[in-house]
Design a protein around this ligand. Sequence first.
Ligand code: SF4
Length: 426
Amino acid sequence: MTRPAIEQQSIGLYVHIPFCETKCPYCDFNTYSGIERLIPVYVDALCEELRRWAELFPSHASRTVFLGGGTPSYLPPGDLKRVMSALTGGFPLVADAEVTLEANPGDVTQERASGWLDAGFNRVSMGVQSFDDELLTLLGRRHTAAQAIDAFEVLRRAGFTNRSLDLIFGLPQQTLQQWIDSLERTLELSPNHVSLYGLQIETGTPLEAFVRSGKVPQPDDDLAADMYLAAREKLAEAGYRHYEISNWALPGMESQHNLIYWRNEPYLGVGPGAHSSMLKHRFANMKSPRWYVRSLGFEVPADGILSLAGSQPRRPDLPKSTPGQIRAMVAGGPVNFVEQTTPSLELAETMMMGMRLDTGVREADFRARFGKSLRDVFSREIDQMLAAGLIEEDADGIRLSFDGKLLGNEVFGVFVAAAESMLLAE
Ligand code: SF4
């Protein structure tokens, strides 16, 4: 079902699927293995959450949809179809909406891929991570390099013309040559879009414990930087535009959903732990899948998932400004975090996210949003970053320089600190 959308009312929709067949040792996402019994009632709850939001936002449409997780491809195709019809029933897709499913290579079959197309997906983002079987074992992945290659081909044959692929670099024991081999195999598959993430050793993960105990060596940061530079070179030669710090795309194939985040535009997240930005507020759902399901009025099977329960999430203190729609989903739904987006917070986020893009923060957009020029607000910081060679400036705006892309966090930190000091002064 499609309907023409009024620009201000078209949003990005994120749907969180918190199930994985196995939990990778480096992962700290809100996702779980061994709770498959929860899937049917979870899908009921998700559809109910979508229905309630649609009632609260009756004139909104979906510009993009992204099913992430977790492993959305692990859900039976019938369940995915159910989620998609609840979603499009409440938030009709605008013409040319991008509808993405995250997939694990181990889940891709011809039959499933056809089912995904039938459910309305027109883009698949596949988490390959490496084309080296030893490194895949180290990462605890449940697929081999050969399976990933087959899976990508199956998607093409099924009719997916928009396919993205993720890799991770800077792994313990990974050599530069192994990384270059993975990049070359990626290019042989001709994805439209490539995401490359540097490994982060997240606190509390099994991988962190392995590194701390010496069982796995600490990754080498300098080598990781060389890998990033090698990727930039190879992907540029192959015609990919480096449009965001970690993302490359063939012309016109940028991730429309992620651009909504980077441009600090409105989006709604559904499912446990999902974040939203609407009506000048940030809000988020409770993280526990079990409490999430209960918050929407469903009972959960008692066995096998109680260990996830924790204590009942507390009701948050709401800013006075909280709009009625969000209040309703706190009182009788899964929302348990709400924050007002003050002008300074909006400023900090616009800079932090916008500077990730190759187009940077554009003067015209900034002025339209804040009624001031970039120089009116950040003159000192711009001069400081220009002197350090980390940004470039012209009449269109400011953006990271070639070197700045390697030190992005440092640049974001400077602008965010400046915006936060304005927050204190508000
Ligand atoms: S498949 Fe993805 S979401 Fe699931 S545990 Fe592994 S890295 Fe995390």
